[in-house]
Design a protein around this ligand. Structure first.
Ligand code: PEP
Ligand code: MG
Length: 755
């Protein structure tokens, strides 16, 4: 082999000596490049450091003109060095000048060098810089040399990450070790939170990079892999995962990776070059993470994530650390950061200290997002590699309404958000002051404001908001956050707690609305082309009456001696309602026969959320005790626009004639039939939506708890007869000079209503 005098192990030993010397940062870097160049028999060795402004600055060189140091600054889209940084991949060329990305800076004098080997300086998958060797002759660097240079880059990564180079950096152009970042993801749960990062799965920091005894390190690696495999086998044998489901699949994937020769070979190779076992694992993981960030195929990404998890497990095995990080000592204003997280894990944290959540995955309908909303913490999902970008304790701002995340924010950004938080807090205090005021419009119309709920953590909201009751209790949430089907006793206990917490205020339980996108991890889901139009909600309930009957039994028993209100989701025909109601009758009869105490009264209602019901109201209304409009689904189906797809969801305005006419029709028919009607979709959770509903004639609605204060403040100032007089004619004859929404906004402004 040409080059590599003494090989990487000798180089690492020498580097360790240099790292220990009491010299300045610049001297240390200068010595490092000389050592590397000599060891690799290269004429040039240069270190470029990525700066906070995204450019790459030449920090040290052996071979290029010394005056270029700290002068030459490259963009990340400039030249081969830029390409190594932006792709986070090595580039190895015997004829660099023929590469399309080649460009040179005259001040460096590098035009005389033909061969080029550049590797990224990586840490946790993030590029910190680029390490380059060059030779005058056109030579091919071997794979071993490439590997050796990457190993050496780890030492540099530690040096850069330690902050040592800050002493020789230009102000405003410091190394991007912990850059200020503004990232945007998917809004998951409303709210603004300022706080400090707590990693859900803390990263292990490798302190010792260079091995004392390579043989011993290889043995440590092998022993840990053996232990890891045994651990996985044990977990797979345990009963709780032996029954199938997601968990088992993941563990199976881990096990096959743990036996994957490619992975094992890369680990051993990294350690063989002279790294400690931990540094070897980090080396391989860092490459893997860098790859993960650039792959778009979701399947491959998922596999790379699994491999990353496995790397973490191996690392903890090596360091002898427990798998579960401590949850108790959460700092105040904690912002949790995780790649992904289950709802149960989130509920494990101390609610009083948790302010926000940032995830690499997680869509708005994910279970963890549902729990975050119930807990009232700001949450943002789909932020690539966030767990790799942050360090524990970093300052961070989460804006759950827009999806913005500011990592290590500038002082002015922080103070602007601080003001917004204060403003929100002031508003919340004003709303709290309204809690005990009767919910009546200025002209004396009582409006029942209830809340939507679904979990135990929602229950305190009844007292906090002074709501008139729970207008929609989404029973499926208990099923969605559980790891296995909740037993009937667990259902009963939840329903009883809900009725207790409501303290006599009405609660409307909705039977299971699962299927579609609300999948249960422990129930085999059929792949459907259009899940929202598929086998879900009442359709599934009627086809699998066992599940629905046990839920109904739990509801009837929980409400023994009290009033019970039950409604069915996604009713599309009267016959479905009849069939569902019949299940309730049968359970009542059966409980009666077995001398169980029964509810004092059972009211059975239908949700109006499928447009076909609009044309069956005359026959439906006599059958029901009440109606509740699910505007989220009704709007989705009327406009044929997926409510979860941001591209289309905001394209159509629910405050426009077609929807308002449908609502008016439901209201008028229910009134004529003498049946109460409420609305429990998101439409009621915005003051302008509630204004429109009152204008149509709705006198009962159910809201997201956090929205209740603002809606109540609006209606206390509202003259209901005025908005009725405005809206009804507009719905019948839509305006030609602007939209109905604009008319409502103008009305609110003229009346001094806060929207
Ligand atoms: C609705 O569709 O409006 C509704 C309240 O139900 P969900 O949002 O749970 O589908
Ligand atoms: Mg619905």
């Amino acid at each position: 082999m040409r080059g590599a005098l003494g090989g990487p192990r000798v180089l690492l030993r020498r580097l360790r000596e240099v790292m220990a010397e009491p010299v300045s940062a610049q001297e240390r870097l200068d010595k490092i490049v000389v050592l590397i160049a000599a060891n690799m028999v290269a004429e040039v060795c240069s270190v470029y450091v990525l700066r906070v402004d995204g450019t790459l600055e030449l920090y040290a060189t052996e071979g290029l003109k010394p005056e270029a140091v700290h002068q030459t600054v490259l963009r990340q889209d400039e030249g081969l060095v830029g390409l190594v940084a932006s792709e986070a991949n090595p580039i190895n060329l015997s004829e660099a000048q023929t590469h399309p990305a080649f460009s040179f800076r005259p001040e460096t004098g590098e035009e005389i060098y033909h061969s080029f080997l550049g590797v990224p300086v990586l840490r946790a998958g993030n590029t910190l810089g680029v390490l380059v060797v060059q030779n005058r002759a056109s030579r091919a660097y071997s794979e071993e040399e490439e590997e050796a240079l990457q190993t050496t880059a780890m030492v540099l990564a530690e040096m850069i990450a330690s902050g040592e180079l800050l002493s020789i950096a230009k102000p405003g152009a410091e190394p991007a070790i912990r850059p200020r970042l503004h990232l945007t993801g998917q809004p998951l749960a409303e709210g603004i939170a300022l706080g400090h990062v707590v990693l859900h799965e803390p990263r292990v920091t490798v302190k010792n990079v260079i091995a004392d005894d390579v043989g011993a390190e290889l043995k440590r690696l092998d022993d840990s892999i053996t232990a890891l495999r045994a651990d996985l086998d044990l977990m797979l044998e345990r009963r709780d995962v032996a029954d199938g489901g997601e968990h088992r699949e993941v563990l199976d994937a881990y096990r096959s990776f743990a036996n994957d020769q490619g992975w094992l070979h890369r680990l051993r190779e990294a350690v063989s070059t002279g790294l400690t076992a931990e540094a070897g694992v980090e080396r391989v993981q860092s490459d893997n993470r860098a790859r993960m960030l650039r792959v778009t195929d979701p399947y491959i990404r998922e596999r790379l994530h699994d491999l990353d998890d496995l790397g973490n497990r191996l690392m903890r095995q090596l360091m002898g650390q427990d798998h579960a990080p401590p949850r108790e000592q959460l700092p105040d204003n904690a912002i949790l950061v995780a790649r992904s997280m289950g709802p149960a894990a989130l509920l494990d944290y101390d609610r009083r200290k948790l302010r926000g959540l940032i995830l690499e995955e997680g869509g708005p309908t994910s279970h963890v997002a549902i729990v975050a909303r119930a807990l009232g913490i700001a949450a943002v999902g789909e932020i690539d590699n966030i767990a790799g970008l942050v360090e524990s304790g970093d300052a961070v701002i989460v804006d759950g309404s827009t999806g913005d995340v500011h990592l290590r924010p500038a002082a002015d950004v922080e103070s602007a958000y601080g003001e917004r938080v204060k403003l929100r807090a002031r508003r919340q205090a004003q709303y709290r002051a309204l809690r005990d005021k009767p919910s009546v419009t200025k002209d004396g119309q009582p409006i029942a404001l209830m809340i939507n709920a679904g979990l135990l953590v929602d229950l305190p909201h009844i007292a906090e908001t002074g709501a008139a009751g729970i207008g929609l209790f989404r029973t499926e949430l208990q099923f969605m956050i559980a790891t296995e089907m909740p037993r009937i006793s667990e259902q009963l206990s939840l329903y009883r707690s809900v009725l207790d917490a409501a303290g006599g205020k009405p609660v409307t339980f909705r039977t299971l609305d699962i299927g579609g996108d609300k999948v249960l991890p422990y129930m085999r889901a059929e792949q459907e082309e259009n899940p929202a139009l598929g086998w879900r909600a009442i359709r599934l309930g009627l086809d699998r009456p066992g599940l629905m009957r046990s839920q109904i039994r739990a509801l009837l028993q929980a409400a023994a001696g009290r009033d019970l209100k039950v409604m069915f989701p996604m009713i599309a025909t009267c016959a479905e309602f009849d069939e569902a109601k019949e299940l309730i009758e049968r359970e009542l009869t059966s409980l009666r026969r077995r001398r169980h105490k029964l509810p004092d009264r059972v009211e059975v209602g239908a949700m109006v959320e499928v447009p076909s019901l609009l044309f069956q109201l005359d026959s439906l209304i006599p059958k029901v005790d009440f109606l509740s409009v699910g505007s989220n689904d009704l709007v989705q189906f009327m406009f044929a626009a997926d409510r979860g797809n941001r591209r289309v969801a905001e394209r159509f305005d629910p405050l426009s004639a077609p929807i308002l006419r449908a609502l008016l029709l439901i209201l008028d028919k229910a009134r004529a039939g003498g049946k109460p009607v409420a609305l429990c979709g998101e439409l009621a959770s915005k003051p302008i939506g509630a204004l429109a509903l009152i204008g149509l004639g709705f006198r009962a609605m159910s809201l997201t708890p956090s929205a209740l204060g603002a809606v109540k403040a609006m209606l206390l100032d509202l003259d209901a007869s005025k908005v009725e007089a405005l809206l009804r004619p507009l719905v019948e004859t839509p305006p030609t000079d602007g939209t109905i929404r604009e008319k409502l906004e103008a009305f609110a402004a003229a009346e001094g209503l806060q929207l």
